[in-house]
Design a protein around this ligand. Structure first.
Ligand SMILES: Nc1nc2c(c(=O)[nH]1)N[C@H]1C(S)=C(S)[C@@H](COP(=O)(O)O)O[C@H]1N2
Ligand SMILES: [Mo]
Length: 211
């Protein structure tokens, strides 16, 4: 691992398995894994892992926030959601939603989450394949995970299999089970900042950019 990218205090991050509703897939074969981009697009598309690596890459340090009052800033690498949306062509994306579906497991099915597409694009949402210079660990979303950093963790789907452009703002797993807000926008309040090892107050709704 590139030492300059390592997240401080990572060993203190809450377990990824605790929030993994369907559980991580047993194994992923990159030779057969695909990301399907479907729905209200001009041209449906299936991307291989290699296709994604061939697209323009971005690597950004951004803060993710969990509804359970913790947050972590890490270095994420992947492609811009906007670049994928350009490939499938969506006119007036601000009118649509994006439904993410995970690969899932035989035992527990899939995890789904729907986000407003226009907002995700304006917030520079990423399709992330690596963190801190290494491919995502399987429990953190290998091979691909969508991040809209203005939204809480429950709105981003690990182990992504499908992105569907839709007119329906559909309620997801934790919104149903735990009553979380469907909009999932990060709310101002006090959070445990894992990488800084201290409590911090998030002052504004949405993505945290000032620490
Ligand atoms: N496929 C899938 N993705 C998921 C979840 C899930 O249960 N299944 N849980 C979400 C929730 S509730 C959180 S808080 C984050 C946790 O991310 P982490 O593993 O990086 O801590 O993943 C999100 N993505
Ligand atoms: Mo969560």
């Amino acid at each position: 691992m590139n030492p300059t990218l390592k997240t401080p205090n990572l060993e203190r991050k809450p377990s990824s398995l605790r929030y993994y509703q369907e559980g991580p897939p047993k194994s992923i074969d990159l030779a057969t894994w695909r990301l399907s981009v479907t729905g209200l697009v001009e041209k449906e598309l299936t991307l291989t892992y290699e296709d994604i690596l061939q697209m323009p890459q971005v690597e950004e340090s951004r803060r993710m926030v969990c509804v359970c009052n913790w947050s972590i800033r890490r270095t994420w690498k992947g492609v811009l959601l906007s670049d994928v949306i350009k490939l499938v062509r969506v006119t007036n994306p601000e009118k649509y939603y994006l439904k993410q579906t995970s690969i899932g497991t035989k035992e527990k099915g899939v995890y789904e989450s729907t986000i407003p597409l226009g907002d995700a694009l304006s917030r520079r949402a990423l399709l992330v394949h690596s963190v801190d210079g290494e491919p995502l660990p399987i429990e953190q979303g290998y091979p691909l995970r969508l991040f809209d950093f203005g939204l809480y963790g429950y709105k981003n789907v690990k182990g992504l299999a499908e992105l569907k452009v839709t007119k329906e703002y559909q309620i997801g797993e934790w919104e149903r089970r735990a009553g979380y807000d469907i909009n999932g926008i990060v709310r101002p309040k006090k959070y445990w900042i894992v990488d800084l090892k201290k409590w911090g107050f998030i002052e504004e709704p949405g993505e945290v950019t000032y620490f």
